[in-house]
Design a protein around this ligand. Structure first.
Ligand code: UDX
Ligand code: UDX
Length: 458
């Protein structure tokens, strides 16, 4: 079969994989391929067990795989054949040299740009999907046009706004699709080609176009704004715990103002995920680079409050459990950074587990999807940690349960049974405020929500 377009994505991770699957699903007339340097990942994309857990993804992949959706490790051949190349390789925070701990590590991204340049023998549209510091596309253009002036490359910025756990839904009906480009006639033609892909299923009014730098900056700023809402509500949760205010009531009252809106005001044990912290630190680094230290400090505060929220959670456990956790069995309900994903990157669970281990607590971790990643995240800890699928077994004999991820399954457990199996006095620290605190208290638990008065029997 002859396809209308040949689309490639380099980097088949949490962003590249689902995005390509959705394009293939919505556009049977295009051939869509995702490549990755990691052969294991590609093998998993081609198997019955996809490398990432994402509700609804398996159905989409199975419907297109082998028809117009392909996963491959042959990066060079695929670059050669593609007309449009999305780049979705990871851009972690730099761990070395100048900007360590703040700036984006662009080594994979640059390597990919060079690889595209070296393998291309016909014009390509190169689309930045990875979140990158502002003006990265300029650097990409320079690398691409370096010593391959036979082939023309158009560079577009098209940041992805999907959230994990709802990726399929977000890709299917996005709030907006953002495409940044230059304004030259050639660039506008490339932009039109990308708009046409999305227009197969996204209403035109939701596809917005900007200049390249606005697009790159919008992605960093959008994540900073989202994270800022969580740090704002979490900062108020600390004040609620000192007063008689209740964070759920306060959040409701704030969110009903239509100028604010009700979403993303859920107080928690802190935000995690691969993007928020990394992107804010990137923004902070950029501001410092341009001498805007007040602006940098402002946004850095969002990350500081998040660290504070995680620290506060552990300290609260320590203080209320009579200032010693040594030898006490503590069960973590959830380790993923949010519900409906197995992803644990930057999960508050990592920090909390490490702090508890430092206090010499005996840790038991349960999670419906993230245990494999949890094991990897904590493998350097000396002490034995139990990883159990069954929350009842995990909670048995423990002194405390800490709810770290808002999985639905934790809402509906038989807490009477759990209470009977625990060491007394039994504590529950609800880091997501998803449980019925009054009921738990009446069963005998000492209950510590976030941003609400504790319910204790002491
Ligand atoms: C990545 C970026 O981290 C993020 O900034 C951006 O917004 C979207 O892309 P994600 O998809 O979550 O996010 O990362 P990850 O799941 O780690 O996927 C990246 C993939 O790229 C990995 O599978 C990795 O093996 C692959 N990769 C990395 C390459 O194929 N080539 C490389 O040179 C480097
Ligand atoms: C985020 C952005 O939402 C998305 O647009 C972008 O493309 C990538 O980064 P993601 O990190 O996958 O997506 O998930 P998100 O739903 O934003 O949650 C991030 C963290 O914030 C999670 O740890 C979540 O539990 C926490 N959170 C979210 C809260 O603590 N309270 C809330 O009210 C909302």
């Amino acid at each position: 079969m002859k396809f209308e377009k040949n689309i490639l994505c380099i980097g088949a991770g949490y962003v590249g994989g689902p995005t390509m699957a959705m394009i293939a699903h919505k556009c049977p007339q295009y051939k869509v391929t995702a490549v990755d340097i990691n052969p294991e990942r590609i093998e998993q994309w081609n198997s019955d067990r996809l490398p990432i857990f994402e509700p609804g993804l398996e159905e989409v992949v199975l419907a297109c795989r082998g028809k117009n959706l392909f996963f491959s490790t042959d990066i060079e051949r695929e670059i050669h054949e593609a007309e449009i190349i999305f780049v979705s390789v990871n851009t972690p925070t730099k761990t070395f040299g100048s900007g360590a701990g703040m700036a984006a590590d662009l080594q994979y991204w640059e390597k990919t740009a060079r690889q595209i340049r070296d393998c291309a023998q016909s014009p390509k549209i190169v689309v930045e999907k990875s979140t990158l510091p502002v003006k990265t596309s300029l650097a990409m253009e320079r690398i691409l046009t370096g010593d391959n002036d036979q082939v023309y490359f158009d560079v577009l910025s098209n940041p992805e706004f999907l959230a994990e756990g709802t990726a399929v839904q977000d890709l299917e009906s996005p709030d907006r699709v953002l495409i940044g480009s230059h304004e030259t006639e050639r660039a506008l033609k490339a932009r039109k080609a990308l708009v046409e892909i999305y227009a197969n299923w996204v209403p035109r009014g939701k596809i917005i176009t900007t200049n390249l730098w606005s697009s790159e900056l919008s992605k960093l700023a959008a994540n900073a704004f989202l994270a800022q809402r969580i740090s704002s509500i979490n900062s108020i949760s600390a004040l609620c715990e000192k007063t008689d205010a209740d964070i759920a009531e306060v959040a409701k009252a704030i969110g009903m103002d239509s100028r604010v809106g009700e979403k993303f005001l859920q107080a928690s044990v802190g935000f995690g995920g691969s993007c928020f912290k990394k992107d804010i630190l990137n923004l902070v680094y950029l501001c410092r680079y341009y001498g805007l230290s007040n602006v940098a400090d402002y946004w850095e505060g969002v990350v500081r409050i998040n660290d504070y929220q995680k620290e506060r959670f552990v300290l609260n456990m320590l203080n209320t459990m009579f200032n010693t956790l040594a030898g006490k069995r503590i069960c973590l309900f959830g380790f993923a950074f949010k519900a409906n994903t197995g992803d644990t990157r930057e999960s508050p669970g990592i920090f909390i587990a490490r702090q508890l281990a430092e206090e010499k607590a005996e840790l038991v971790i349960t999670d419906p999807q993230a245990l494999e990643n949890a094991r990897i995240d904590l493998k350097d800890l000396d002490q034995d940690i139990s990883y159990l699928d069954d929350p009842y077994k995990a909670a048995g004999k423990s002194h405390a349960i800490a709810v770290l991820t808002e999985w639905d399954v934790y809402r509906d457990l038989d807490y009477e049974r759990i209470y009977r199996s625990m060491t007394k006095p039994a504590f529950i620290f609800d880091g997501r405020n998803i449980l019925d605190h009054r009921r738990l208290f009446e069963m005998g638990f000492n209950v510590f929500p976030v941003g609400k008065a504790p319910l204790t029997h002491f």
